[in-house]
Design a protein around this ligand. Sequence first.
Ligand code: SF4
Ligand code: SF4
Length: 413
Amino acid sequence: MALVLKNTDLKELAQLYDRISMCTQCGNCKYGYEYGSTENFAAMICPQGDKYQFEAYRGSKGKAALAKGLLSGMIQWSEKTTHVIYTCIGCGACVEMCETDIKDYLLRIFEALKGEAWKFNMGIPEGVKKWSSTIGVNKNPYMEKHEDRLNWLPASVRDSLPKKAEYIYFAGCTASYRQKNIALATFKLLQKLKIDFTVTPDEWCCASPLLRTGQYNIAKEFIEHNRELPEKYGASGFITTCAGCYRTLSIDYVKDPPEGYADKFGKMEGVKVIHTIQLVEDMINKGEIEFEGTFNNIVTYHDPCHLGRHAEVYESPRNVLKAIPGLKLVEMYRNRKFSFCCGAGGGVRGGFPDYSVETSMKRVKEAETTGASIITCVCPFCWRNLNDAIDALKSKMQMLDIVEILEPIVKRK
Ligand code: SF4
Ligand code: SF4
């Protein structure tokens, strides 16, 4: 049946009407598999479908059908509608399976659906409402004071930060307020690598949680603020160890749809955005890094969705890990584009904490089957959710960011 656009009040969604109508409801996106592959990969890759099972929750098929129903007026908004939308983690695994022209717009459609939900104020998770109501003041979704943002640094270092530098280390909210171990390890690593960088108290949330939950009006102010920072500090770009910040700064600030939001907020131009792991890989390739010690452990790497599927950075972390003396890298069954999400993104960790950790527990159990003793990643948000799962499971595994592995054993030649 052809889709007739009736509900034009849903402005964000209506703009995507042409794309939404391209979903054939084939159902390919409900499960991950690879035909033609000698490895015969087949696995559940949608954490939302795995948890809730019903058709609306499984892969992008259900959300596309919902969007069609809402736009045609056949479905009215309800708390259940919001639940279907807000339990999607935005991990993008379903996108990998779609072969029609809706494919590249799916993540944007999910975010537009989340955005429309605010108009109805029915069923938006309390946890999301809570941080949303304070982020404008605090500049972070953790309800922490903005003036405490650099507390992960010793006061003496904070006071001596250069006012101008080639790069700004953009720590992001999770590393600044929760996983300070990663912010500090990155800071020390960049110092050891003799990178000309600074850290700024002017850093605000990159806007990832706002964009991923369709809160465009608030996101605008954050993007406009952060993109001015390089000029203010005479910097040519940002370095970040956060997958979410990397996706947002390098894609949302820069690219037009379907990937980014530059059509809405304007483009950040002439600013480099580098993930720390890309910087290290580049320096290893140029022979600029020397290892002073070994890391004699079996390690498995978890692909953060925002770095892997969203930004297609799969090999840089693996190349760095393979270069570390003594380290043995083993893969989980679901890896790279078929990686299973840690369960934290898309507003899910704040909105549905139990489901979020239940998802990361599935990932930790998968990691346990590899024989590794350490799970590594390059994202403070994944680190946090996976570590909570390790605690909940009383698993013997340990969580370490790659920068935490690198920092004690590298130096610049
Ligand atoms: S989103 Fe793509 S893969 Fe999923 S049902 Fe629609 S057309 Fe098929
Ligand atoms: S983005 Fe992730 S959680 Fe959402 S439907 Fe797709 S695979 Fe499932």
